[in-house]
Ligand binder design. Structure first.
Ligand code: ADP
Ligand code: ZN
Ligand code: ZN
Length: 742
């Protein structure tokens, strides 16, 4: 027999190896093996098995070692890896790297604990004799006798102060026995203290209808995608849970994806509360797990002990057996797109994996992505709707604050408007909580007129132009157009043009100063994400009412449920509008709807203050009601006009290098090659300097391709790339279905 192995060692090609007789009966597709490669020994994954006849004559090298008997990848994941590497134009090795956690690759062992217990039915006199001259052993014997069950050896040593030799002595005298237990390292073990997780409700009528629709789809036992559109607070989670029950009853596994790790604890607590009742273990899966936690999760899944996984993007690769249901919560979230190689989109991979498994995929959101909306329009996906909030709770009242007026009054760009300051003070007096929300994702380098709200845009691409301090030019980062930044607004001729923005730190300071001493203002931002406990503790304090005003970025905009929050302030609603991104309006809209959903979740109605320089923009006007379909339809028109996604796919081609001139030169040469003999069906924009022009010493230029068929386009591009004489100092990367423009 010979096998095809995909090496995990910078060699992107399947290689053929022989298998020794001993291993033939046990080796399987998906197994991790060690192989000789040149002079090295490297790890690889078995991709296929071939029979004897196919062996070519000549020297065949043999695999050196089978790392573990259980395959590390099941069949569907191998299929999935092939599709990802092809569709996202990335190396197979990078895909397998994302699929097989390092802990598994390194073959880490399960964590075993030694347990000690006294033996039953011992003769009292024998014991006395044996322990007569060993007071410590006697003490240990008594201690063990006190407990009815075996005690961990580590506890005996670390907590009770016994020594290794005392334990050994007792064992050798035959008075105690040692056993081994496999310990489970479970993530978020401590999060079950969320209130209300145990409540059980009668489903609302809308929830019942949606659940029935999903049950029907699941019962057909074939691949289907069902969108679930529910306004914030309409009880989507409960509907997911109902569908999960059905899938579990069918004997299948369930994957539950959430956009961000930081939001997982709340979902995990709800899942565990619900599914522990039927003795289902809920496995948490995300990139912040320790090696041990990861390995245990892995083992519980591959052995079928657990079949529910909840996690962020990378959980889409969790080795769940007979996957029946995949839930993508907040499917519109940007966080599902991975911005490093392999640059996959978690939602789209989830859909593809569902297809491979003939499973059902639910795409849930209050503000669906245009991609999903289009698939519904085309009849590819079905949709269920939840139009009302639970208990008929009202959506909060939304105030649009025209910042142009405050700016005029203060002659500058104030952080907080008078009306928002007033409202914050009022809440504090009423002992209610507030959230202040800041959209951090802009580069603050676009030109905004605070008199009329105009933002300088590119005529061809309808995205904001970006200001470059170095040469005073405004540039379009899609097509490369540039012009000298005017000293006044091109619409109203005002000289009040501004190019600055604010950070969370600054807002925290300003708010603290404006509020009474007794008000506790706390900020959460991206730095906190690296300290996972700090972020969770802050949210817990907020929930418990220890914090009055929480200031944060988009990470606090969604998914969280705080009953005592009655005011939400959006500091700068149109920062996304000013971004150099054609999805800016979609983002701004999603954000406003999500943020507004944070207010008034308890019994009191909420209020939202939205500060903006563009009060009439569609994203702001439609979010007011909110009129979700209305917005989607209008935005679709705009996309259609320019044939932007979702009408075509967008591929971003990045060139990076240490030398600005060289990088620009090769990007420009490449464009010439594309122009000389165009790839059929490919519209090319650029090259342009990327908005973040330099990262870690590398300059970046990019081109954008719009195409109806990704595979065709990639093929055409690959042919040209193969013969393009790119300097070794310049690297180029393709980002298929790119979401990040910076
Ligand atoms: P969404 O995800 O749609 O924003 P959630 O699923 O978080 O909404 O539900 C909103 C709130 O309503 C949660 O606090 C949830 O516990 C509660 N809830 C959900 N379903 C019901 C129901 N049928 N009856 C009462 N409360 C419910
Ligand atoms: Zn103006
Ligand atoms: Zn342009």
């Amino acid at each position: 027999m010979k096998i095809e192995v995909q090496p995990l060692a910078g060699f992107d090609q399947l290689l053929t190896y022989g298998v020794s007789d001993k291993l033939i009966p046990i080796i399987k597709v998906g197994c991790l093996v060690q192989i000789p490669l040149g002079r090295r020994r490297v790890l690889g994954v078995v991709f296929s098995l071939r029979s004897e006849e196919e062996i070519a004559s000549g020297k065949l090298r043999y695999i050196s070692h089978l790392v573990q008997v259980e395959p590390v990848l099941n069949h569907d994941l191998i299929q999935l890896s092939k599709w990802i590497s092809c569709y996202y134009s990335c190396s197979m090795e990078s895909v397998l790297g994302a699929m097989i956690p390092a802990a598994v690759r390194d073959g880490m062992k399960a964590k075993n604990e030694k347990l000690i217990q006294v033996l039953p039915d011992l003769d009292q006199d024998t014991v006395k004799d044996a322990l007569n001259r060993s007071p410590m052993q006697k003490k240990l014997f008594r201690e063990l006798g006190k407990h009815q069950k075996p005690i961990r050896k580590t506890d005996l040593i670390n907590k009770l102060g016994f020594s290794e030799s005392t334990i050994k002595g007792l064992l050798s005298k035959g008075l105690a026995a040692e056993s081994v237990e496999v310990v489970n390292r479970e993530a978020y073990d401590d999060d079950l203290d969320f209130d209300r997780v145990d409540a059980e409700w009668e489903l609302t009528n809308e929830q019942k209808v949606a659940s029935a629709e999903l049950t029907e789809v699941l019962e057909q036992k074939k691949f289907a995608v069902q969108a679930l559109h529910g306004v914030t607070g309409s009880g989507k989670t409960e509907v997911y849970f109902e569908a999960m029950e059905v899938a579990l009853n069918q004997g299948g596994g369930v994957l539950f994806l959430v956009p961000e790790v930081s939001l997982a604890p709340q979902t995990v607590a709800r899942l565990r509360a619900r599914f522990s009742k039927r003795n289902e273990q809920v496995v948490v899966w995300h990139s912040h797990l320790s090696g041990g936690e990861r390995l245990d999760a892995w083992r519980n899944l591959t052995t079928g002990k657990a079949r529910i996984v909840v996690g962020a993007r990378s959980a889409v690769f969790a080795p769940i057996n007979s996957l029946r249901l995949v839930i993508v919560d907040e499917e519109h979230e940007l966080a599902y797109k991975q911005e490093d190689t392999p640059r996959y989109h978690g939602r789209d991979v989830a859909v593809y994996r569902s297809m491979l498994n003939k499973a059902v995929c639910i795409l849930g959101s209050a503000t669906p992505s245009l991609e999903t909306f289009r698939n519904i329009e085309r009849g590819k996906y079905n949709v269920s709707r939840l139009l009302k909030r639970i208990d008929g709770r009202k959506l909060p009242l939304m105030h649009i604050v025209d910042m142009r007026l405050d700016a005029r009054r203060e002659r500058g760009t104030p952080i907080l408007s008078q009306s928002l300051i007033e409202a914050l003070r009022q809440r504090h007096e009423n002992k209610e909580q507030s959230i202040l929300f800041l959209n951090r994702r802009g580069f603050n380098t676009t030109m905004l007129c605070t008199e009329c709200g105009t933002v300088e845009e590119c005529k061809d691409c309808s995205i904001a132009l970006t200001f470059h301090r170095t040469d005073g030019y405004l540039r379009c980062h899609l097509c490369g157009f540039r012009k000298i930044a005017p000293a006044f607004c091109t619409t109203c001729k005002s000289v009040e043009v501004h190019r600055k923005g604010h950070g969370t730190q600054r807002i925290e300071d300003v708010v603290s100063k404006l509020m009474p001493r007794s008000a506790k203002v706390v900020r959460v931002d991206a730095d906190m994400m690296t300290k996972k406990n700090l972020f969770r503790e802050t949210l817990r304090d907020f929930r418990k009412g220890k914090i009055d005003i929480l200031v944060g970025t988009q990470m606090i905009a969604k998914g969280l449920d705080f009953p005592n929050v009655t005011l939400v302030g959006v500091i700068d609603a149109d920062l996304p509008l000013r971004m150099e991104d054609f999805r800016a309006s979609e983002r701004a809209f999603q954000l406003l709807v999500q943020v507004a959903g944070r207010a008034g979740r308890g019994d009191r109605a909420g209020e939202v203050y939205v500060q903006t320089y563009a009060p009439h923009s569609p994203s702001i006007q439609f979010s007011r009601k909110p009129d979700i379909e209305g917005f989607l339809e209008e935005e679709m028109e705009m996309r259609k006009e320019l044939a932007y996604p979702p009408y075509r796919h967008l591929i971003r081609h990045i060139f990076r290098g240490r030398s600005l001139e060289k990088t620009e030169f090769y990007a420009t040469e490449w464009r010439k090659i594309l122009d000389a003999e165009p790839v059929p069906g490919l519209e090319v924009k650029g090259p342009a300097l990327a908005p973040i022009e330099k990262i870690k010493g590398y300059y970046r230029f990019h081109l954008f391709y719009l195409t109806a068929t990704v595979q065709e386009a990639l093929k055409g591009l690959a042919k040209k790339r193969a013969i393009f004489p790119l300097d070794t100092e310049i690297h180029d990367i393709l980002d298929v279905d790119a979401h990040q423009m910076s």
